[in-house]
Structures are given as structure tokens and as C-alpha cells.
Ligand binder design. Structure first.
Ligand code: HEC
Length: 154
């Protein structure tokens, strides 16, 4: 192998390993994340908050860039309001989140962690949701989560 090929291989390897690493800001945020996980834990039955996998997806789709993702999330968490809601389905199912007036820099770190983490699809949450919806006779909601299970959990 030539020197340049070795170099290329090493940089590809470094980049792919490194792309899974969290930034220092996100590592800090991860330490405070349990204060969110108490409600956003996908294994809760009944659920107390939407799994972050879906929150992250919605925020990525509906914000302009990483900075906007973080700022929009911080503003929501400090003072949730119906007109700020991005994850419409969650508020319909669970009601509005209570405000968590933590210091801004702490919330910014938590939001950076939520931006960067590779959350697993919340399969357990969807199974629980299907069971609960069927029990209530809510076929439409059951069907929606069955589709998610099929798409992401097989
Ligand atoms: C007491 C339970 C509870 C705690 C603790 C909690 N959440 Fe939530 N969260 C909810 C519920 C319920 C919703 C869904 C309804 C809504 O969007 O307001 C939600 C929704 C959200 C959303 C989506 C908002 C939108 O635009 O639709 C974000 C972002 C969020 N939470 C972030 C956080 C972060 C960050 C923390 C920790 C600092 C946290 N939550 C802690 C219950 C909680």
C-alpha cells in the first residue's frame, strides 16, 4: 500500500470513529439529561413524555440549523406554550410539558446533547402505545404506531 493510501485509510477510519463521538458540550449535557429522561423514557407505561428519538426528528425537520435547534428547544423547555409546540402529536396525547426553568447554559448543553445523540428508535414505546390505543378503541392511533413498529423495529 502506498503512503497516500495509508493516510486516506487512516483518515476515513478516524472520521468514522470520531463522527459518533459527542462534543464536550454534549457530554456535559448528557450528565443533566436524567432530569428529562424521568418523563421522556420510552419504556414508561403509561408514557409521561414523547421519546427523544421523535422529538429530535421533529426539531431537525422544523429548525434552520444546529443553533436554531438548540435555541428553539431551550425556549420551549423554559416556558412551554401551545403556540411553540413542534411535536403536535405528543401534546395531543400527553398535554403540555410543565416548564423546567433551569439555567440557560445548562439547558443549552442538554439541547446540544439531544441534537447529537443517536437515539434508538423507541420500539417499546410504540408497542405500549399500540396496546393502550387498542384498549381505548382508538384504531387510528394504534395503526400509526404499528406502522412505526414495522418501519423501524424489525
Ligand atoms: C414532567 C415530565 C417532563 C419532564 C421532566 C420533561 N419533559 Fe419534555 N415533554 C413532556 C411532555 C408531556 C411533552 C409533550 C407535550 C409538549 O410538547 O408539551 C414534552 C415535550 C418536549 C419537547 C417537544 C416540544 C415541542 O416543541 O413539541 C421537548 C423539546 C422537550 N420535551 C424537552 C425536554 C427537556 C430538554 C427536558 C429536560 C430538561 C424535558 N423535556 C423534561 C414532559 C416532560
Amino acid at each position: 500500500m502506498t503512503k497516500s493510501k495509508v493516510f486516506l485509510l487512516l483518515s476515513v477510519l478516524f472520521f468514522s470513529v470520531n463522527s459518533f463521538a459527542l462534543t464536550p458540550e454534549a457530554i456535559e449535557g448528557k450528565k443533566f439529561y436524567p432530569s428529562c429522561h424521568v418523563c421522556h423514557d420510552p419504556k414508561l407505561d403509561p408514557p409521561l413524555g414523547p421519546p427523544m428519538w421523535g422529538v429530535q426528528r421533529q426539531y431537525k425537520r422544523n429548525t434552520l440549523d444546529e443553533e436554531d435547534f438548540v435555541e428553539t428547544m431551550v425556549e420551549f423547555v423554559k416556558a412551554p406554550a401551545l403556540e411553540k409546540v413542534i411535536h403536535e402529536e405528543a401534546v395531543k396525547q400527553l398535554g403540555l410539558m410543565p416548564p423546567l426553568p433551569l439555567p440557560d447554559d445548562m439547558l443549552r448543553k442538554i439541547a446540544t446533547y439531544i441534537l447529537e445523540e443517536q437515539f434508538q428508535p423507541p420500539c417499546e414505546h410504540w408497542s405500549i402505545a399500540v396496546k393502550r390505543a387498542l384498549k381505548k378503541g382508538d384504531q387510528e392511533h394504534a395503526k400509526k404506531d404499528q406502522v412505526m413498529l414495522k418501519r423501524f423495529c424489525n
